[in-house]
Design a protein around this ligand. Structure first.
Ligand code: BGC
Length: 778
């Protein structure tokens, strides 16, 4: 007992010292620390710890069974008391977290506070568009602010660590998790990664409104074969470095506090046990000094990967660089730090130094968060009442959602609609609050999201009549429907027959001046473990859409989706298509803002939409090949690199998105045609708003390095600006390229720029561009 008090006071003493150093650090950047300011405190604690307590710090169990009142008696509570838990995740509510933290701080021998993680992916209770949608805003300030708001809300509710951003580049729409990332481009993904990390961590990680960020899933998870989740990845190093690694590295350079290892293998070794990846690249080359957590049961899964038994996989993971084991300590797992690390040590498979190193990193993170200073600093019940899902946050969510929507087609200016007459709203996605947040929205207040029907009614008020019919279920197949509407995101199956549903919809449509069809994917049709082999809208909804088109009334397709879809038929037949992704808490209002022109759409795709699933993987920055197609129209040519049955071009290219106004590009100018290695080149272009609405345009700059020591892509994004231009106005938009922008990893994985000819393109998307050129000289 006395001993216990002694240990506790040792800790209190230590924390006082730290508190002073925290304060003096306030306002300094959270960027990677090269000298650990907490080293002596961490070492002192380490000296007090038993082996069991050390292993306990590496253990991140699921918190599923903890609810207020139960915590004390639950199995996990007992483990916390024994010092066998380092943190918990996905536990929601400040009361529950406070109660659990109390157990750690007051009941465990050393009183080491727990870290509380959560998948705060696109907002907390105030939910923003799914990440793929958010990325379509091309607005880094806005994206950063969404992370800031998420951090404010999550920390007000007791959370201090988020498993975000997810920066996996993906070029495969079959993969359901394409919805969780920022699309296909490494340069663009890097900008988003930085904005998210900045937003979560801000200037001071010890502040009580900032979250420690965890970049994931390291690495290459988005390149799983055939788009099947958790599948094998096999990739050349040169592609990794040039096309997949940059966003992870950008997050590291921005000072991200932690990294999550991915489920897939790399070069035949699961990422979780891959020393080259986690130590040689991440720590030695990129200087990452934070801690590395596995993904859910990642260590245990190495047994199924086939690299060894539980002793082998745990020791391999630890030695590779893993610090914390997520959900390893679950009833049905064997390969878990908590279960076998002690035995692995006894068997000589790991050294105590390996364990100590991991413990130190986790304790350091807890110091960085200020948890030793005040373990309850994120447990302010007053904040939880006033800072979550506020009017201000909701208003911001409405704005962000509208900014993320992409106008895919607008024939004869069907959009924007008038707030008058009779409007039919039809479709299974029209009146479902719980689907609006989309996938990976653990903390969202699902029922409080506004569905399109409510939003429309609010926005038109008494000016127009809204008639609603569901029109169809999500899918003809009930089993399939269940699989894509889980986790509380159900769209209750309508017991009426398909014909009855359709008849009702047609009756409503026939009474109306215009039809809005709210169709597409349900929220769980994308996300984790939601891979598909068919990129079409479910057939029952296609049939509904076709029937609506046959009425001859103008139809606007409001497309809900978590992935690029092959909507070729819809693109041919429906006059207006607005892609709204899953827009978040304020979905209905935000969609209505765009439909009626209160907001002019300005979103642009960050992932190519294919013509069909057979084109996948498809992306704009492909290589030329030795047999490129010789015509721009995409006409088939024998013995060239193309398909017999479909052209090479996608349905909508990367960067594509329309506006209610039109923009014209002219006078692409370079201030020089020859640039030395240490020089810069200034590039400008005039963009005129030639249409009838004020609007924002995302001006995109691409380059092509024409000759390289290794083959180079036909286009690479190197800059973008989102600019507001009034109707009739012309703005000159300027970019500067330096040699840094021209660098790439060569055959020997050196990051270099090579002298030679470059082309520059500026335009409204990756396909439609003005073109010029310059030479990089030695
Ligand atoms: C996912 C991660 C997530 C983790 C914790 C895993 O299944 O792959 O992205 O952060 O669960 O919820």
């Amino acid at each position: 007992m006395n001993k216990q008090i002694h240990f506790k006071s040792a800790l209190i003493l230590i924390t006082t010292v730290i508190c002073l150093s925290c304060n003096s650090n306030t306002g300094t950047s959270s960027k990677t620390i090269s000298e650990n300011p907490f080293e002596s405190q961490v070492d002192s604690i380490l000296g007090l710890m038993t082996l069991e307590e050390k292993i306990g710090q590496l253990n991140l169990p699921v918190s599923g069974d903890i609810t207020t009142g139960q915590a004390r008696s639950s199995n996990i509570a007992k483990k916390i008391e024994e010092g066998k838990v380092g943190g918990l995740f996905n536990i929601k509510s400040v009361e529950k977290i406070k109660e659990v933290q109390k157990i750690a701080v007051e009941k465990s021998r050393l009183g080491i506070p727990l870290i509380f993680g959560m998948d705060v992916i696109h907002g907390y209770e105030t939910t923003f568009p799914i990440p793929l949608g958010l990325s379509a805003s091309w607005d880094m300030e806005l994206i950063e602010k969404t992370a800031q708001i998420a951090a404010k809300e999550a920390t007000a509710d007791g959370i201090n660590w988020t498993f975000s951003p997810m920066v996996d580049i993906s070029r495969d729409a079959r993969w359901g998790r394409v919805s969780e990332g920022s699309g296909e481009d490494a340069y663009y993904g890097s900008q988003v990664a930085k904005a998210m990390v900045r937003g979560y961590q801000q200037e001071d990680l010890t502040a009580n409104h900032t979250l420690m960020s965890c970049v994931k899933h390291f690495a290459l998870y988005g390149a799983s074969e055939a788009g099947r989740d958790y599948n094998t990845v096999d990739m050349s190093r040169i592609r990794m470095y040039n096309e997949y690694f940059p966003p992870y590295k950008a997050a590291i350079d921005e000072g991200v506090g932690s990294v999550m290892a991915s489920f897939n293998e790399i070069d035949g070794v699961p990422a979780t046990g891959n020393k080259w990846l986690l130590t040689d690249v991440l720590r030695d080359d990129w200087n990452f000094e934070g801690f590395i957590v596995t993904d859910y049961t990642g260590i245990h899964e190495m047994i199924a990967h086939g690299v060894g038994d539980e002793y082998q996989v745990t020791s391999q993971a630890l030695k590779a660089g893993i610090d914390m084991d997520m959900a390893g300590d679950s009833p049905d797992t064997k390969g878990a730090f908590a279960k076998v690390l002690k035995a692995s040590l006894e068997k000589g498979l790991v050294d105590i130094a390996d364990i100590d190193r991991a413990v130190k990193r986790i304790l350091t993170a807890k110091y960085q968060l200020g948890l030793f200073d005040d373990p309850y600093k994120y447990c302010d019940t007053e904040r939880a009442k006033t800072e979550i899902f506020t009017q201000e946050h909701k208003a911001f969510a409405r704005k962000v959602s509208a900014e993320s929507m992409v106008l895919l087609k607008n024939e004869n200016n069907v959009l924007p609609l008038e707030k008058s007459g009779t409007i039919a709203l039809v479709g299974p996605l029209a009146n479902t609050a719980v689907n609006m947040a989309g996938t990976w929205s653990v903390a969202t207040n699902q029922k409080a999201s506004n569905p399109l029907l409510d939003g429309l009614k609010t926005v038109v008020g008494d000016n127009a009549t809204i008639l609603y019919a569901k029109g169809s279920n999500v899918d003809y197949d009930l089993d399939y429907e269940k699989r894509v509407t889980m986790f509380g995101k159900d769209i209750p199956r309508d017991e009426r027959t398909d014909k009855q549903l359709l008849d009702e919809a047609l009756a409503v449509a026939n009474k109306s001046d215009v039809i809005i069809a709210a169709i597409g994917e349900s929220a769980e049709l994308s996300g984790e473990s939601s891979s598909v082999t068919n990129l079409q809208i479910p057939q029952v909804q296609k049939d509904l859409l076709n029937a609506l088109l046959e009425t001859g009334k103008p139809v606007v397709l409001v497309l809900f989706t978590g992935r690029p879809l092959a909507i070729v038929e819809e693109n041919e037949n429906v006059p207006a298509i607005l892609n709204v992704w899953f827009p978040g808490s304020e979905a209905g209002l935000a969609i209505s803002d765009v439909l009626f022109g209160d907001v002019n759409p300005s979103g642009k795709l960050t992932a190519t939409f294919p013509m069909n699933v057979g084109q996948v993987p498809i992306f704009y920055n492909q290589k030329n090949t030795g047999r490129p197609l010789g015509n721009k129209e995409g006409k088939f040519q024998k013995f060239k690199s193309n398909y017999i049955d479909v052209r090479n071009e996608p349905l909508y290219p990367f960067g594509y998105g329309l506006s209610y106004t039109t923009f014209e590009y002219a006078n692409l100018k370079l201030d020089k045609t020859s640039v030395p290695m240490d020089g810069k080149i200034n590039i400008s272009v005039e963009v005129t708003n030639s249409g009838n609405y004020d609007g924002k345009e995302v001006i995109q700059l691409y380059i092509r390095d024409l000759i390289g020591s290794v083959t180079r892509p036909v286009k690479e994004l190197k800059g973008f600006q989102k600019v507001f231009i009034e109707k009739g106005e012309t703005k000159t938009v300027r970019f500067t390229l330096s040699v840094e922008d021209l660098k790439f990893y060569n055959y020997d994985l050196e990051f270099i720029a090579e002298p030679g000819d470059f082309e520059v393109f500026i335009g409204t998307n990756s396909d439609a561009c003005l073109k010029s050129k310059f030479v990089l000289t030695n």
